[in-house]
Design a protein around this ligand. Sequence first.
Ligand SMILES: *Cc1c(COP(=O)(O)O)cnc(C)c1O
Length: 436
Amino acid sequence: MKLYSTNNKDLRISFKDAVFNSMPQDKGLYMPVEIPQLDADFIENIENYSLPEIAYKVASALLKDEIPAEDLKALIDDAINFEAPAVKLDNKTFALELFHGPSLAFKDFGARFMSRVMAYFLKDGEQLLDVLVATSGDTGGAVALGFLGVPNTRVTILYPEGKVSPIQELQLTTNGQNIRAIEVKGTFDDCQALVKQAFADAELNAKFRLTSANSINISRLIPQTFYYFNTYAQLKRQGLNDVIFSVPSGNFGNIGAGLLAYKLGLPVKQFIAATNINDTVPRFLASGVYEAKPSTQTYSNAMDVGAPSNWVRIMDLFNNNVEELKQIVTSYRFNDEETLAGIKEIDSKFDYVACPHTAIAYLAIEQFRNENPEDESAAVFLSTAHACKFPDIFPVDIAAKIEIPEQVSALAGKPKQAEQLDVDFDGFKRYLLEMS
Ligand SMILES: *Cc1c(COP(=O)(O)O)cnc(C)c1O
């Protein structure tokens, strides 16, 4: 597999280098030079394949000989070791539950695959890989739990004091082993600034092999294609061939992976990009004008993104042809009041508790069906996180129905291990140097 930069299509770089660089120097994003077509026979018979088998088919088509077959199979079996069931709510409506991994959010697919790819490329004797990550909640948990126990890696997470939910804090601070947490007396932006400064610091770079593991890493995108294929397989087993996916979107990595799956040959009728009021993409598809904005806080805070970082990837997949893109992607936005109404409607109609991000994807399906009454496709909304991660959003009667998964109950009572630091780069640097 060779990759180019969206800002320099002549560039050629290996998968390994793209994984460790995360982002090209020219600030574009890495994209595969070749997007192969999966063989028609595989798609025709996909219902006979399991999730790990599908994952291997897709990954090997993309990666080619970057990782030998047996190693890639073992890596996938280790990374994708949980289910992604499409739960049937009615004959044509499904919730694709992507929250059965360790951090209870779909980001586990990307983080677990990335951590194992990195460990694979860090052959014996290579310098320890130091992953620095700032988090407002969800990403840190996925990265921490994704790297937990992975040899030759160490993760340092910075999170803002008092600004992550109790479950998120447990996921960040109770791991031990190769994971350490720093509770910063400041905001998420302060955490991010400290991490950025560390990456720019000559002394730290001389001493440590630093990497960011952030969400634009190509090794996080690839595993997110797996569950689109696997969902198609699940629906095909029920005799449903026409499928629409509705994806709650923030940085547009998740739907970007869906569109990559489509370009790889997955027959999807329509994608719906569902956002909250941070609606840069719905505005762009309506007006043709792309205008990023500062983000506004909402109930669906993992989607509070005003300048979606993966959007250039999607434009690149479609060669900047907006008309072609609009044939396959519809986009809607919903505010907090609508989100809450959506949560209540899913509860009363289906006795199903959806997290606020998921509820937005559901509402988008309803709107699509209202606007396209002739369309009979089965509709799948992606359920990106477990409701228990956002306890404050729900009315009490719905909150009472939320079951706490064992991943979380196992954390309760474990002692919190976090270093407290002020927003002070010198203090952060001293910590890194002294604690190594
Ligand atoms: C990260 C996240 C999203 C947004 O996904 P993108 O790939 O950034 O579009 C949606 N829902 C939840 C729960 C998330 O954690």
